[in-house]
Design a binder for this molecule. Structure first.
Ligand code: ADP
Length: 632
């Protein structure tokens, strides 16, 4: 399978890694930002919904407690006007006498005790206190000029006087209700009731309610938190401060401003206020709901703590962020898994395609191979046929070659045989004549010579017959066995010769008839022995080596070597340098012919170190001996 080279263009590792790292970092940062954003949104939504719920609940509470304050205030509004009905009061105002004053003092004292107020007192039209419920007390108002009080000024003009202030004599805060007392349509005095409102504060404290009431000047006159009392809920101008200080409404209170850390208007009468906690390090936040109190210019404010709500909103925000992170993690994991599955599927798909392709190719190749196999079988058959034909032709040729050699030699053979024949004719004729003369000794000498000549002729014809024999050109021979047989044949001669034999060849199987190989070896060894005869030190080397499909055996001696003039004639028939009748001159010729007939060769070498080496090369059939030295 071939890979598309274009899709695998080499990219430096650093360039492939960096964008991925950058992408992952950006993804991580955007996820963190999204997480923070979702956390913030979660926090805001939770806070808003919490504020809504708190607001609804707070509105109910506000209404409830504002009404409680209203009823507390209104409970005594009728009380000053009651004094109009009391004759002793009007008598005192019209004509003040000590007796009448005592009478009214007692009356007011009793009334005040029953109504449970701070004080009830009576002013004349000049604003001086004529009678009071606390006439017995050391800090009694009796005789005091209260004309500067706003409630007096309102009431003396026939309007209801409503006023919250701190008593200039007692220093006690209270709600002053004043009413102008009429006699025959004319205002003859003012009746004032000073109402205690501290009970409201105590009730709020008990109910753990955080609330306050601010008056028309924005001063907190009632508060569940004592620290807030007499603080201004809005900034006071210097003139206002001056005016209020002069009016002594709040006695000598500093009238500091209530200073929240932050103040956010959320709606009509709705604010989120935060201010430092008592330890100054943290912050407390409240939802402030304000409502006007009926029949007064006052405002009632309810404070609902936002701390719990904000903590809950924070938890909700964190939960939203964590939920988002978890969801994002799941999404990323799912996406990664999807990618892995897609990659695996693609890989499987590719593998399947490759497999199919491979199978298709294998099928194609198998078909091709089958076809070429069939072709090869046909070829082999044809080759075998041709080989058989060739072998037959070769056999014929070899035989023809041999016969041709014999033909070539025929002149020499004829010459070789004619000489002894001529000698035989002469000798036999002579012998007959010697026998007729009775010269038996000479006749027997001649007969012995005739015998020798016949032997020689027999040996010549035997050699030629063995050479011309048709069979066994393609036999098999074991080299070791052939060497041993040759040495055995020559053992009588070897016993006479002081020879050192060096054997270095493998036990190989060669493609030649066993007897022919022995015949070649006998010729070569005999020649070597002949050459070395008379030498004191005779060395014979039989060295074999594998050369591809051929085995080369070298038969080398340390004899005198061959005269360069004779070297070219070595393989000619009947060439011999051996004296007398010892050499036939057929050994090398026939050996070379036998080697050639077996598909090999025989060649002579003349080492510079001396001696002669004949190299017999024959086709190798099998090499089982590990000692056989292979060709380098
Ligand atoms: P013959 O042995 O009958 O002479 P060959 O054909 O075997 O016939 O040898 C031809 C001649 O080659 C020998 O007479 C000899 O002169 C020469 N010759 C053969 N082998 C050797 C040898 N190993 N050393 C020297 N000369 C040799």
């Amino acid at each position: 399978m071939q890979c598309p080279s274009a899709s695998f263009r080499a990219t430096p590792a650093a360039l492939t890694v960096k964008p991925r790292l950058l992408r992952h970092t950006l993804l991580f940062l955007s996820l963190v930002l999204l997480m923070l954003g979702i956390g913030y949104i979660g926090y805001n939504l939770s806070e808003q919904s919490g504020i809504r719920a708190l607001r609804v609940n707070g509105e109910r509470q506000l209404e409830l407690h504002a009404r409680a304050v209203e009823s507390e205030i209104n409970r005594y509004t009728y009380l000053p006007s009651l004094l109009e009905l009391e004759n002793s009061v009007s008598h005192l105002l019209l004509n003040p006498t000590p007796y009448r004053r005592t009478l009214v003092n007692d009356y007011l004292e009793g009334l005040n005790r029953r109504s449970g107020n701070r004080a009830i007192f009576l002013l004349d039209t000049t604003g001086r206190v004529l009678a009071t419920s606390n006439w017995r007390d050391a800090d009694s108002f009796l005789g005091e000029d209260l004309s500067f009080r706003a409630y007096y000024q309102e009431a003396v003009h026939g309007r209801p006087g409503r006023f919250y202030g701190v008593g200039s004599t007692t220093g006690e805060a209270g709600y002053y209700l004043a009413h102008g007392l009429r006699y025959q349509g004319r205002i003859i005095g003012v009746a004032v009731v000073k109402v205690k409102l501290e009970a409201l504060q105590e009730r709020w404290e008990k109910a753990r309610l955080q609330a306050f009431v601010s008056d028309e000047n924005g001063i907190i006159i009632l508060s569940s938190d004592p620290a807030l009392r007499m603080k201004a809920v809005r900034p006071l101008s210097a003139e206002d401060k001056e005016r209020l200080a002069r009016s002594l409404q709040y006695h000598w209170w500093a009238l500091n401003e209530w200073e929240p850390r932050s103040r956010e208007v959320l709606g009509d009468g709705l604010e989120a206020i935060s201010f430092a906690a008592s330890d100054q390090s943290s912050e407390v936040a409240y939802l402030a709901q304000t409502r006007t109190l009926n029949d007064t210019p006052w405002h009632f404010t309810l404070l609902s703590p936002l701390t719990d709500l904000r903590r809950e909103a924070m938890i909700q925000g964190m939960l939203a962020a964590v939920g988002f992170a978890f969801l994002a993690f799941l999404l990323i994991a799912w996406n990664e898994r999807r990618k892995v599955i897609a990659t695996r599927l693609a890989a499987r798909e590719a593998l399947l395609t490759a497999n199919n392709e491979l199978e298709r190719k294998i099928a194609e190749r198998t078909a091709d191979l089958r076809a070429s196999n069939a072709r090869l079988l046909d070829e082999i058959r044809e080759r075998k046929q041709t080989e058989d034909n060739l072998r037959k032709a070769q056999d014929g040729l070899v035989q023809a070659g041999k016969l041709a050699v014999i033909g070539q030699m025929s002149t020499s053979i004829a010459h070789e045989l004619n000489q002894p024949l001529a000698a035989l004719r002469t000798l036999s004729g002579n012998t007959v004549r010697f026998l007729q003369r009775g010269s038996l000794d000479t006749a027997s000498t001649n007969l012995a010579a005739i015998n020798e000549l016949v032997d020689r002729m027999g040996r010549i014809t035997a050699s030629l017959r063995a050479f011309a024999r048709r069979s066994d050109d393609h036999g098999q021979a074991r080299l070791g066995k052939a060497v041993d047989a040759a040495l055995f044949l020559l053992h009588a001669r070897l016993e006479r010769t002081p020879l050192t034999l060096h054997r270095d060849f493998g036990d190989v199987l060669l493609a030649i008839d066993q007897t022919r190989l022995e015949q070649i070896l006998v010729n070569l060894i005999t020649n070597a022995l002949d050459a070395m005869s008379g030498q004191p030190d005779c060395q014979l080397w039989l060295d074999g080596r594998i050369d591809g499909q051929t085995y080369r055996l070298q038969v080398r001696d340390n004899g005198p070597g061959i005269d360069p003039a004779n070297r070219v004639h070595l393989f000619e028939p009947f060439f011999t340098t051996k004296p007398g009748e010892t050499g036939l001159g057929l050994g090398l010729t026939l050996s070379a012919s036998l080697a050639t007939a077996a598909g090999g060769s025989l060649a002579a070498h003349h080492p510079e170190t001396g001696g002669t080496a004949f190299e017999l090369s024959l086709p190798l059939l099998e090499s089982t001996d590990s000692t056989a030295s292979p060709t380098p």
